[in-house]
Design a protein around this ligand. Structure first.
Ligand SMILES: *Cc1c(COP(=O)(O)O)cnc(C)c1O
Length: 427
């Protein structure tokens, strides 16, 4: 069959029932799988045969959903993880460890920032943060001989900066390392980073992919094109024998298309165990089926609300890369011509106090730390997630004291605008 389009992949990819098998993806709620002989099972442990033996390493329900996301991103192989945090940690740790160095965009999710700047640092893995809008010279200057990967977000949460993926991929490849892109906000419906030169894509499936605020989850997709063997001395974990798997060399046995995810599963998932449960994978799969339609509506609602806010006298500023004149409008047009995401940020003339008053009076939009699900929600970071920070620290983190983050849901947009309008009147 010729290459199927996105909407079809969202429905059909990953699971093909045989004669008389369930049409809907079955939840294989089993930790373990039965074999006739020890020899049969031994082959699985030696990675010599395909099959399931223990759901920490692989489960048919989870594999089917990973295969669907892999098809959507245009990757070679993929795996699910228990959360977006686990996905980002494992994607990096699969190729970098104590004594190594990472270059990361400074505009990333707060949890990822902590992961790199505090936890991985304690593990001996250092990160240099670069402004995603830096020049190529500044970006290249951040690399060291022990740099093993570059990391960024397609659309940064919550800064809403758009990553120039080609610029970051060029720098990464010039230094013989892969570019890892967290594509949570754009989803493969609006951007496929692998097509722009990224090598590995990660997701918090907790956000739009699930889309209903039902289940925490994550995913790692390998593009299968990065040539680990060309920089074999940088990536010995992939290019030399793994003692914990009878001397398997991942690049030799599984090729460029399979080495990264096989190692990440066989070693890191085996040892860390941050698996996604089959129940969660099932829920995620339901979300994926409607993802193209939901993304279209999230983006349309966000566009209309951003335009409404921009024209409102009480609104000081609005950030949304779909707005003409936004600093990231052109980058968004290039990488996400059909829409970006449903999250916008804005500030009111009255600053911090006005933000609090506004949010208190919203009726449809509720106050939550979450984003990217069917229900509209908002957050004032300065008084919640970022409340330990001073106003100066907030500005440095691109999260000013007046910033309101609004995640536009799937409600009727006129209802949302009327709700926002009445809350603005109270300010
Ligand atoms: C939420 C989020 C994460 C973390 O994902 P969890 O599923 O909450 O662990 C990582 N990256 C981005 C961009 C996110 O929005």
């Amino acid at each position: 069959m010729e290459k199927l389009r996105t909407e079809t992949l969202c429905i059909q990819a990953g699971y093909k029932p045989g004669n008389g098998e369930p049409r809907q993806l079955p939840i294989i709620q089993s930790t373990t799988f039965k074999y006739a002989t020890s020899e049969d099972m031994g082959k699985l442990f030696d990675l010599e045969a395909d099959g399931y033996f223990y759901s920490r390493l692989a489960n048919p329900t989870c594999d089917a959903v990973a295969a669907k996301i892999c098809a959507l991103e245009g990757g070679s192989t993929a795996m699910l993880t228990s959360s977006g945090q686990a996905a980002n940690f494992m994607a990096v740790f699969n190729i970098a460890s104590c004594g190594d160095h990472i270059v990361a965009s400074s505009a990333i999710y707060g949890g990822s920032f902590n992961l790199f700047s505090v936890t991985m640092k304690k593990m001996g893995l250092e990160t240099t943060f670069v402004d995603p809008d830096c020049t190529e010279e500044e970006l290249n200057a951040a690399f060291r001989p022990n740099t093993k990967a570059v990391f960024g977000e397609t659309i940064a949460n919550p800064a809403l900066k758009v990553l120039d993926i080609e610029k970051f991929a060029r720098a990464a490849h010039a230094h013989g390392v892969p570019l890892i892109v967290d594509n949570t906000f754009a989803t493969p419906i609006n951007c496929r980073p692998l097509e722009w030169g990224a090598d590995i894509v990660t997701h918090s499936t907790t956000k739009y992919m699930d889309g209903h605020a039902s289940a925490i989850g994550g995913c790692i997709v390998d593009g299968g094109k990065f040539d680990w063997t060309a920089y074999a001395d940088k990536f010995p974990g992939l290019t030399t024998p793994d003692d914990s798997y009878h001397g398997v060399t991942y690049t030799e046995r599984f090729g460029l298309g399979g080495a990264f995810i096989t190692k990440c599963t066989a070693q890191l998932m085996r040892d860390f165990g941050c698996v996604q449960s089959p129940q969660v994978a099932y829920i995620l799969n339901l979300g994926l089926e409607s993802l193209p339609f939901r993304m279209k509506q999230h983006c349309a609602n966000a566009q209309a609300i951003a335009e409404y806010l921009k024209g409102h006298e009480k609104v000081k500023w609005v950030k949304y890369c779909g707005l003409e004149g936004d600093r990231y409008y052109n980058l968004a047009k290039k990488y996400m011509p059909n829409g970006s995401c449903g999250v916008i940020s804005f500030g009111l003339n009255g600053g911090r106090t006005a933000a609090e008053t506004f949010m208190k009076h919203l009726k449809l939009g509720s106050i939550e730390t979450h984003v990217a699900d069917s229900r509209t929600c908002c957050l004032h970071p300065a008084s919640s997630t970022h409340r330990q920070m001073t106003d100066a620290e907030l500005d440095a983190a691109c999260v000013g004291a007046d910033l309101i983050r609004l995640s536009c849901g799937l409600e009727n947009v006129q209802d949302l605008i009327e709700d926002i309008g009445q809350a603005l009147e109270k300010v």
